[in-house]
Design a protein around this ligand. Structure first.
Ligand SMILES: *Cc1c(COP(=O)(O)O)cnc(C)c1O
Length: 455
């Protein structure tokens, strides 16, 4: 692994050298701190951080969490020592240029022939921007998204004062095309949100079919690929790749969101929004007497809802993509192991007498339920496996997550359970670290043994 104890001092030295050309202002007396008080506060900080789950561990297969790549940390810290603000070129010309470069690479990954876009502080804000443009370009029209779409779409429709319409999901958590067709036929919908990689199940909405239906009804298409976007790099229908068809249609979208802070190896917060038509920039027009001086070139703040944003986030992503480019052999090679791990685990569930597979994974998210005959027993056993696997010595712990499902959702997938409760938690694991692949058989065996001891 890239050794940050070697590289971080080089970051400090490089920025020191640059600053030394100007001044040596020293430290103002008001900012001088006592090393001993820093020492004790720092000790307290590092202690207080130890209550985190071990996101870095191959045996942490719970939520969508993992540390950034060391290259991202190095890029971030180096730029942060200067602290550029990518709102305006005055705030950070170098990092603004890096942002435009990485955004162009993301657009190429999705096959967009031209684009306008920028980084954001999160996927939620990136989606907000896309829905804002949806509202401005189709005023008075509704926005439709599937029942499995991220919950923030409904929230942001509320924020924007736009009607949000929920489209039924099919028996794999994907948008149901017949249900979409019916809603589109009302003529109320201006934009359809297709999710590539739902947050819960990693399901891929059938984008080619959605595009065809939306176009036939004059609706726009927004693709929320916050989680799944980088899987475009391995969308080759190969044994350890993912389905090509949904990703093959991203070039036809009006807007796309992807979260580099999920599968792009970045620290929070780094989302991105891309628009196929650069003309949408007109919806962002604003006047500010205190920015945009040094250049007539596009300032990123002129096309974004947010004002200040970390130039360091752009530097981090830029440095990462220089060494792990957006190619099948670059970042793609870091995605395949998790995909393989998810498929292996799914097979283990299918052969298991302790668990049943909930549904096959389309990306790297695995869902499974303890073999029980009633909703309440599945719920209790899932909760017990979740709790017990996370206990014990640090070197033994396994961290998974739970996921709430309804009797109808279970039945649609062939799980016939006694309906003695209106909902049940099942188990859900995100295999998003390449290191987890090798750990899957051991994780599975341990979870099986726990599941068997639960009444
Ligand atoms: C994570 C996620 C979001 C929200 O992104 P944040 O970066 O957490 O704000 C939106 N949509 C999907 C599909 C996601 O997976």
């Amino acid at each position: 692994m890239t050794d940050l104890t070697q590289w971080l001092p080089r970051a400090v030295a490089a920025i020191d050298r640059w600053q030394a050309q100007y001044d040596d202002p020293g430290t103002h007396p008001s900012l001088v701190i006592d090393d001993r008080s820093l020492e004790s506060a720092f000790t307290s900080l590092t202690e207080r951080l130890t209550d985190n789950y071990p996101f870095f561990s191959p045996r942490y297969v719970g939520q969508m969490l993992k540390p950034p790549h060391p290259a991202a940390v190095l890029g971030y810290v180096t730029a942060m020592l200067i602290n550029p603000n990518n709102h305006a070129l005055d705030g950070g010309p170098g990092t603004a240029a890096m942002e435009k470069e990485v955004v162009a690479r993301l657009a190429t990954m999705f096959g967009l022939p031209q684009h306008l876009g920028h980084l954001t502080s999160s996927g939620t804000i990136a989606n907000l921007e896309a829905l804002f443009v949806a509202r401005e370009s189709h005023p008075g029209k509704a926005i439709a998204y599937s029942a499995d779409a991220h919950y923030t779409h409904a929230r942001m429709c509320h924020v924007l004062g736009v009607e949000g319409i929920t489209i039924t999901s099919d028996d794999r958590g994907r948008m149901d095309l017949d249900a979409l067709d019916e809603v589109l036929s009302t003529g109320r919908v201006g934009t359809v949100v297709a999710t590539l990689g739902t947050t819960g199940l990693g399901a891929l909405d059938p984008l080619p079919g959605i595009v065809a239906l939306a176009r036939a009804h004059g609706a726009r298409i927004h693709v929320d690929a916050a989680y799944g976007g980088f899987f475009a790099l391995i969308a080759d229908d190969s044994p350890d790749g993912v389905a090509s068809a949904p990703f093959g249609a991203t070039a036809l979208a009006d807007s796309i969101v992807v979260d580099p802070h999920k599968h792009g190896l970045q620290p929070y917060g780094c989302g991105a929004v891309l628009f196929a038509d650069p003309e949408v920039g007109r919806f962002y027009v604003h006047d500010s007497p205190y920015t945009y001086f040094t250049s007539d070139e596009l300032h990123l703040g002129e096309i974004s809802l947010e004002c200040s944003r970390a130039g360091a986030a752009a530097a981090a992503l830029w440095l990462t993509l220089e060494v792990l480019p957006l190619t099948p052999d670059g970042l793609g090679a870091a995605l395949r192991p998790g995909r393989r791990g998810a498929l292996t685990w799914h097979d283990l569930h299918r052969q298991s007498d302790a668990f049943n597979a909930y549904q096959p994974p389309e990306l790297d998210i695995v869902t499974y339920l303890p073999a029980r005959t009633s909703m309440s027993a599945v719920d209790a056993a899932s909760q017990a496996v979740f709790r017990q696997s996370g206990e014990g010595e640090p070197g033994e712990q396994i961290h998974v997550a739970t996921y709430g499902v309804s009797p109808q959702q279970l039945k649609a997938r062939g799980h016939d359970l006694r309906e003695d409760a209106s909902a049940a938690r099942i188990l859900r694991s995100v295999v998003m670290k390449p290191e987890s692949e090798a750990a899957i058989p051991g994780i599975h065996a341990r979870l099986e043994s726990i599941a068997r001891t639960i009444a």
